[in-house]
Design a protein around this ligand. Structure first.
Ligand code: HEC
Length: 160
């Protein structure tokens, strides 16, 4: 039988080792979990596009950026009333629904009326006039519209 003092010492050492391994595992596990959330370790790099500060700065500067006469976030054309349209017309559906349409003033008003009656669009109040003016100015029916129908075409039959 070995000396009990030495045995106790060995046990203590084993426990110490287990503690170390336990905390080591915890550290590694914590780091791995963190890696799942932020694989590029963006906290340490201010220029990383995922870095929180960088995101905030980016948003402040770019949120309503206008580039080449187009409001980048929505694709709407720059003009009087743009922000009214951005704020009132892009919360329920994409701005594409607006930008892909071409209508006269009356038709835009009617569309707004229709949304108010059936889609819970709110009363636009005194903003309605500038909104409709904006829409009818920048999203007016195009004069030529689609290309003309082809004429005088000699169609040929496809052979089998
Ligand atoms: C309260 C929600 C809401 C708001 C705000 C809203 N719309 Fe709509 N709008 C709708 C819904 C719902 C539809 C139907 C979408 C669909 O068919 O997928 C729609 C459809 C449309 C359409 C297509 C109509 C058609 O005939 O297909 C246009 C154009 C349109 N909206 C323009 C606007 C404009 C301009 C504004 C701002 C004045 C606006 N919307 C604000 C809910 C809204």
């Amino acid at each position: 039988m070995e000396d009990p003092g030495k045995f106790r010492k060995n046990v203590r050492q084993v426990f110490k080792l287990m503690y170390l391994m336990f905390f080591g595992f915890m550290l590694i596990a914590g780091f791995l979990v963190y890696l799942m959330v932020d694989p590029s370790l963006s906290v340490f790099n201010k220029n990383d596009p995922n870095n929180y500060e960088s995101i905030q700065k980016h948003d402040e500067v770019d949120f309503d950026k206008i580039e080449n006469g187009v409001h980048v976030r929505t694709g709407l054309v720059e003009g009087d009333g743009l922000m009214l349209v951005v704020n009132n017309c892009t919360s329920c559906h994409s701005a594409k629904l607006v930008t892909q349409n071409r209508m006269s003033k009356e038709q835009w008003s009617a569309t707004i009326r229709w949304m108010q009656e059936t889609q819970n669009l709110w009363d636009l109040g005194k903003n309605e006039e500038p909104i409709v003016t904006y829409l009818a100015t920048y999203y007016a029916p195009e004069k030529e519209g689609r290309r003309q129908n082809l004429q005088n075409i000699e169609w040929y039959d496809l052979k089998e």
